[in-house]
Design a binder for this molecule. Structure first.
Ligand code: BG6
Length: 510
């Protein structure tokens, strides 16, 4: 087991939303579960003028907004671990102040000189902060005292392949790769980690997990929300950069990887990288064939007018940014050659669901045919990542009565059946892993670059051909109809999930 290490977590962008909404509530939850190291502190850093006391007060409000109300006494105790320093992270000369404050805190709290820097700030600041930390020598790990220095970087890791590479270059010029933790919060989701356990702790699924038995695979991440207040960021990003290049390809990596020789960060990440390297490239002139993009338009849902994407705040009224992307992907290796993986994500879809559906092949011969042309019921394994987390297996059974009529039934497992086990927030898991020095669930530099290499031609095609088709879809629907044309096998359609994990397949959200 990796040792828990005392440390100071330095958060750049401490006055920002992510710190308030996600990071501090996650740290507080770890504190309540007694999972933080014995000696631990947070040093918030940003330009906003604040004292330790006002910083603590702002964060208390963030924690109070969270679903589970904290015990005020517990939070007061936890808040004593929070400190604040106002500097301009873009100014090299301010790092002297940072260094001094860290030294003082480290000496008084006995955190052993271990520092983790969290970049919870605009990506345009990443490179300058890394450079400034390097110039101030704050990244140096001294052999004699074995103190560690780590850096956590939030997505986006670049804007395309070129900038992704440039960011990696800058990071690795100052920090060694093992010091770098690129956070993809999907990897922190309990149910994404369960994909690994499900695949590699059961003997019965793995023999079927290949081109001989799997017909196709779907990965869907649908959201009901629009872009909200994030129009400025989103309009220069789009669904492909925001969700596919990172979260969905990471899920694909876990679904498609080979069993690693052992469960350590090196072996596990080697296997996912091999998947990314095996993705069949989609050339710029093939984009129409493999990718469909869409943008939500104004509509009415339950009597409420929902604005179209172009009417959202900070969005260009002529924007051609995609809020929906669906694609057909192939993995060129012996396990998956010829098996299509259909990936789909979008905002303002009918329900919030992330799931993977493994569609197994039909039986080679149909014995029980009720009507002429009736097809055998193919087995489906639905792995629900959120919400109503669980797993459902569909199969055919005899309908009681005369004849041999086959009915599709299901076997299901819901995480909620495990009683009061609540699923930890992704940030909780990932922050703890970083503190413990375990990068297994963080994206490695080569993985990030391979994913950019795959999506780059698609982005280029759209950027270089501004008139390239983008389909509108009314908010609250499953995206443009053209997305179904990607599924070229006769009779095939996407799986349309409901909020609850049920044997569905119909549009059922009301
Ligand atoms: C973020 C994207 O990375 O993931 C958001 O920037 C998206 O646009 C979010 O809404 C989805 O995360 P989750 O955990 O709600 O599925």
């Amino acid at each position: 087991m990796v040792q828990r290490d005392n440390c100071i977590l330095v958060i750049f962008g401490a006055s920002g939303d992510l710190t308030r909404r996600k990071l501090v509530p996650a740290l507080f939850s770890l504190y309540e579960k007694d999972l933080l190291p014995e000696k631990f502190a947070v040093l918030g850093v940003s330009r906003t003028k604040m004292t330790d006391a006002s910083f603590r007060k702002t964060l208390a409000e963030g924690v109070e907004d969270a679903e589970a109300k904290p015990d005020p006494d517990d939070f007061r105790k936890f808040a004593k671990l929070l400190f604040y320093l106002s500097i301009d992270p873009g100014e090299a000369r301010d790092y002297g102040k940072l260094s001094k404050r860290l030294k003082k805190l480290d000496e008084s709290l006995k955190t052993g000189g271990n520092f983790i820097y969290y970049l919870s700030i605009a990506p345009s600041m990443y490179e300058v902060i890394v450079e400034n930390l390097g110039t101030a020598g704050l990244q140096k790990e001294k052999k004699q005292d074995q103190a560690y220095k780590r850096i956590i970087v939030e997505k986006p890791f670049g804007y395309d392949l070129e900038s992704g590479k440039a960011l990696n270059k800058k990071l690795t010029k100052v920090f060694r790769e093992p010091q770098i933790y690129r956070i993809d919060h999907y990897l922190g989701k309990e149910t994404v980690q369960n994909l690994l356990v499900f695949r590699f702790s059961n003997g019965i699924f793995e023999p079927l997990w290949n081109r001989n038995f799997v017909d196709h695979v779907e990965i869907t991440a649908s959201e009901t929300v629009g872009v909200g207040t994030r129009g400025r960021y989103y309009d220069s990003s789009g669904a492909l950069r925001d969700m596919v290049q990172n979260h969905l390809l990471q899920i694909l990596g876990i679904i498609a990887m080979e069993p690693p020789p052992s469960f350590d960060s090196f072996s596990v990440r080697n296997e996912t990288v091999k998947v990314f390297q095996s993705l069949k490239p989609i050339a710029e002139d093939e984009v129409d064939q493999y990718v469909v993009r869409g943008q939500y338009t104004k509509s009415q849902i339950n009597g409420q007018i929902i604005p179209g994407y172009r009417e959202e705040e900070h969005v260009d009224p002529f924007s051609r940014t995609e809020t929906f992307a669906a694609m057909k992907v192939f993995i060129e290796n012996w396990r998956w050659g010829g098996v299509p993986f259909y990936i789909r994500t979008g905002k303002r879809l009918p329900t919030r669901v992330t799931e993977v559906v493994i569609h197994f092949k039909r039986t080679p011969h149909i014995l029980f045919q009720h009507k002429k042309d009736e097809q055998a019921v193919p087995n489906q394994l639905i792995i629900r990542i959120q919400p109503d987390e669980g797993i459902l297996l569909n199969f055919g059974m005899k309908r009681p009565g005369t004849g041999f009529h086959v009915e599709k039934v299901s076997m299901d497992f819901h995480y909620s059946d495990l009683g009061d086990t609540s699923l930890a927030d992704a940030y909780e898991r990932l922050l703890l892993d970083c503190i413990q020095g375990d990068p297994t669930l963080f994206a490695r530099g080569d993985a990030v670059e391979s994913c950019w290499r795959f999506v780059d031609p698609i982005l280029n095609r759209w950027q270089n051909n501004p008139d390239e088709t983008i389909y509108g879809y009314p908010a609250g629907t499953w995206g443009p109809r053209q997305a179904t044309h990607l599924l070229t096998q006769p009779g095939l359609d996407w799986h349309y999930p409901c909020r609850n994990l049920v044997e569905d397949g119909l549009f059922c959200e009301l």
